[in-house]
Design a protein around this ligand. Structure first.
Ligand SMILES: [Zn+2]
Length: 457
C-alpha cells in the first residue's frame, strides 16, 4: 500500500462519518495540506475574514504559515491572536482574554494548535456565536472533532457544551514532527476506547445509556487497526500516525454525532478527571490528558480482567441474596462523599452525580438479575471487546506513553484510593459502579493490590 492509498482510505472513512455530523463539514488529513488552508477556508466560509489563534509555539510551528496561506488566497485577515503564556492550559482566564478580541471583529477564528488552543478557541468562538476552523498540530487527544470544550473554571476542569469546528485540517508533515510525547498521549487517549466500550456495554444492558450503534461503529469498527502499530507512533511512522489521527478524529465525530462523550470515554477517563481536579503535578507539571487516561485504561482493564476471571452466574445470585446486608444507603454514600471530597471544590458536583445514579434496592435487584440472566452473552461480549491489562500496558509503553502509575507520579496506594474516588465522580455507569453494585469491592478492586493482584508489588 503506498502513501496515497491509506490517505484515501482514511478520507473515505471520515467522509462517511461526516454524514452524521451537524457541525463539522470538512476534514482534511494528508501531506502538505497547510497549502490548502486558503482553499478550504474560502469554500466553507465564503467572503469572510479570518483571524489566526495560536500560542507562541504553534504560531512558529504552523500559525505563521497558515496566516500567509490565507493572505495568499486573497482572504482578509486580522492580526493573529497569539497567546504568550508559557506552560498554559485551558482555563477560563484565557477564554476571557480571547473572547473580547473575537467580539471586536467578525473574522472567523482559525485555531492552530492541539488540545489547549483548540479548546480555548472552540469555547470562545461559541461565546460570540461563530463557527471556527482548526488546524491541528499534533495527534494528542480526541477533542478536534468533538462537541464541547474542556476548560478549568473555579479550580475544576469542566466540559462546556459548544459546537465542534466547521473545518478540521491536519497536515501530517506537522504531526510527524510533533514531540513524541504528544502523539503518545493521543495514542493512550485512543486505546482508552477499548475499556470505554466495555463500560458502554454495561450501561446499555441496564438501560441508563443505550448504545448508539452508528456512534459505536465510528469508534469501535477500526479501533484495533488504529492501535496496531504503537512502535510506529513512537518512531514517527507516517502511516501509524495517520491511523492515530484518523482514530482520534473519528472518536470526536462520534461524540459530535451522539452528542455525548459516552462514545469515547468510560471509567478510565474518570481517573484522569479525578487527578485533574486534584491538581496533580509530577516533576512540576500536570501530566497530559492522554497520559492520565492511559494509566486509567490499564487500571480499568485490570479490573475487568479480575471480574471476568472470578465472577459467574452464582456471583450474581449471591449478590442478590446479600442486598439486605450490602445495600449502600444514601446516608452511607453521602458520608463517604463528605470524607472523600468534603474539602475539595468537587463536593457539590459529586453529590449531584451520585444522587443521579443512586438506586433503591428493587432497582439494584433488577439490574443484578439482568446481569445474571444475560451473563454468558455479556461475558462473551466483554471478552471480545477487552484486551488483557498486561497487553494494554505493553502497547501503551511501546507508544512511549506511561503505562504504570509511578510514571505519572501516582503511588500504588493513591491509585487504590483513586478507584474509589473515580467511582463517585460521575453518573456514567461503568465497571467501578458494577463492582459496587455487587458488593465485591474488596474481592475485586482491593485484590488488585494484594499478592497475586495486577498492581501488587
Ligand atoms: Zn480523552
Amino acid at each position: 500500500m503506498n502513501a496515497s492509498d491509506y490517505y484515501q482510505d482514511t478520507a473515505a472513512r471520515i467522509e462517511k462519518a461526516l454524514r452524521y455530523c451537524d457541525d463539522t463539514q470538512a476534514v482534511v488529513v494528508g501531506e502538505q495540506t497547510l497549502g490548502q488552508v486558503g482553499t478550504f477556508f474560502k469554500r466553507l466560509f465564503p467572503n469572510q475574514r479570518a483571524i489566526v489563534v495560536a500560542d507562541a509555539t504553534t504560531f512558529e510551528l504552523a500559525g505563521k504559515r497558515v496566516a500567509e496561506e490565507l493572505n495568499a488566497a486573497g482572504i482578509s485577515t486580522d492580526e493573529p491572536y497569539v497567546y504568550d503564556e508559557p506552560g498554559m492550559h485551558a482555563e477560563m482566564r484565557l477564554v476571557d482574554m480571547l473572547k473580547p478580541r473575537l467580539a471586536a471583529t467578525d473574522a472567523i477564528p482559525v485555531a492552530v494548535g492541539s488540545g489547549t488552543v483548540n479548546d480555548l478557541c472552540k469555547y470562545s468562538s461559541s461565546l460570540v456565536e461563530r463557527s471556527y476552523m482548526v488546524v491541528g498540530t499534533a495527534a494528542s487527544m480526541d477533542g478536534y472533532a468533538s462537541f464541547g470544550a474542556s476548560i478549568e473554571y473555579n479550580e475544576c476542569k469542566q466540559t462546556f457544551s459548544c459546537p465542534a469546528p466547521r473545518v478540521i485540517l491536519i497536515d501530517m508533515d506537522v504531526v510527524c514532527k510533533a514531540p513524541v510525547k504528544m502523539n503518545a498521549a493521543g495514542f493512550a487517549d485512543l486505546i482508552a476506547k477499548i475499556p470505554a466500550g466495555a463500560d458502554w456495554i454495561l450501561a446499555d444492558l441496564i438501560g441508563t445509556e443505550p448504545i448508539d450503534t452508528i456512534a459505536w461503529s465510528l469508534v469501535q469498527d477500526s479501533l484495533r487497526d488504529w492501535v496496531a502499530n504503537p512502535e510506529g507512533v513512537a518512531s514517527g511512522d507516517r502511516k501509524a500516525l495517520t491511523f492515530l489521527t484518523e482514530g482520534l478524529i473519528m472518536s470526536g465525530l462520534a461524540m459530535q454525532k451522539a452528542k455525548t462523550s459516552r462514545t469515547a470515554s468510560g471509567a478510565e477517563h474518570q481517573f484522569s478527571h479525578l487527578w485533574d481536579n486534584q491538581h496533580h503535578k509530577f516533576n512540576g507539571e500536570a501530566p497530559s490528558h492522554g497520559f492520565k487516561v492511559g494509566v486509567g485504561t490499564v487500571s480499568t482493564s485490570a479490573l475487568y480482567e479480575r471480574i471476568l476471571s472470578t465472577w459467574n452466574e452464582s456471583t450474581f445470585d449471591a449478590a442478590i441474596a446479600a442486598i439486605p446486608q450490602n445495600y449502600r444507603t444514601w446516608e452511607t454514600i453521602e458520608k463517604e462523599l463528605e470524607e472523600n471530597f468534603g474539602t475539595s471544590g468537587l463536593y457539590e458536583t459529586v453529590k449531584r452525580e451520585c444522587a443521579k445514579k443512586f438506586v433503591e434496592p428493587d432497582e439494584l435487584e433488577r439490574r443484578l438479575k439482568l446481569f445474571r440472566d444475560n451473563w454468558n452473552e455479556l461475558k462473551k461480549r466483554l471478552s471480545n471487546q477487552l484486551m488483557p491489562a498486561a497487553e494494554i500496558q505493553r502497547i501503551i509503553a511501546a507508544a512511549k506513553a506511561p503505562s504504570t502509575p509511578e510514571e505519572i507520579g501516582i503511588e500504588r496506594s493513591r491509585l487504590q484510593k483513586s478507584y474509589a474516588l473515580a467511582q463517585q465522580l460521575r453518573y456514567r455507569y461503568n465497571c467501578l459502579d458494577w463492582t459496587r453494585d455487587l458488593g465485591l469491592w474488596e474481592e475485586t478492586v482491593t485484590h488488585l493490590f494484594q499478592p497475586g493482584g495486577f498492581w501488587f508489588k
